[in-house]
Design a protein around this ligand. Structure first.
Ligand SMILES: O=C[C@H](O)COP(=O)(O)O
Length: 254
């Protein structure tokens, strides 16, 4: 299996200069296994240059969003071109907080993903169902529709990581069980096989997000179709290092 384990830390709208320096210092001092894991941290826009300048070179940074098309007269937005100019390699798109709070539709997210890729960014594309959708039995339909809106707009999947983040598990402390997560990851991979192609399905990393912490990461990492994590709250704490090191669980399971 050629999918290198991937651990993203989404700091969301958190941090002061002092806190940022402390988190980076903890990461820089950690013994992560770079041969087994890709580590990408995503601070708020304004901290990106600082984090990039301080962070160890084997870890990377991601923006938490970018504008849907070429920059210009779009007050308050940050374009893909600006991120590229700053040397930011990754961007998180389609996070459920933006989908729900800012009304980002599947199509809008698909357009953003396509534009970001066209500018040379790598994308962590988030999908996931709400509790109501899960209880209505429509989880697979929801994540398939979100993935389809991306698939219809792109032709090359090599710079995409798909993050499955059930909305009910985000920031709630209510993590999906390893079986629940594995089931959706497996369905997503099947969707990619049926609707894109087998090569993309086999090579695309599908990572899990939603209340991942140092106590549950190893068991989740051992699941066949879980290729890493997108971590929120715990990425602000020293336990993030433990989550990064759960990559060794995956290597052992292969
Ligand atoms: O992007 C990360 C997810 O929203 C997960 O956040 P959380 O780990 O705080 O639940």
């Amino acid at each position: 299996m050629g999918r290198k384990f991937f651990v993203g830390g989404n700091w969301k709208c958190n941090g002061t200069i002092e806190e940022v320096k402390k988190i980076v210092s903890t990461l820089n001092d950690s013994k992560a296994p770079p041969q087994d894991v890709v580590v990408v941290v995503s601070p708020p826009f304004v901290f990106l240059p600082l984090v990039q300048s301080l962070l160890r070179p084997d870890f990377q940074v991601a923006a938490q969003n970018c504008w849907v098309k070429k920059g210009g007269a779009f007050t308050g937005e940050v374009s893909a071109e600006i991120l590229v100019n700053l040397g930011i390699p990754w961007v998180i798109l389609g996070h459920s907080e933006r989908r729900s709070l800012l009304g980002e539709s599947n199509e809008f997210v698909g357009d953003k993903v396509a534009y970001a890729l066209s500018q040379g960014l790598k994308v962590i594309a988030c999908v996931g169902e709400t509790l109501e959708q899960r209880e209505a039995g429509s989880t697979v339909d929801v994540v398939a529709a979100q993935t389809k809106a991306i698939a219809e707009r792109i032709s090359d999947w090599k710079n995409i990581v798909v993050a499955y983040e059930p909305v009910w598990a985000i920031g709630t402390g209510k993590v999906a069980t390893p079986d629940q997560a594995q089931e959706v990851h497996s369905e997503l991979r099947k969707w990619l096989t049926d609707n894109v192609n087998a090569e993309v399905a086999e090579s695309t990393r599908i990572i899990y997000g939603g209340s991942v912490n140092g106590a549950n990461s190893k068991e989740l990492a051992a699941q066949l179709d879980i290729d890493g994590f997108l971590v929120g709250g715990a990425s602000l704490k020293p336990e993030f290092v433990y989550i990064i090191n759960s990559a060794t669980e995956k290597v052992a399971a292969i």
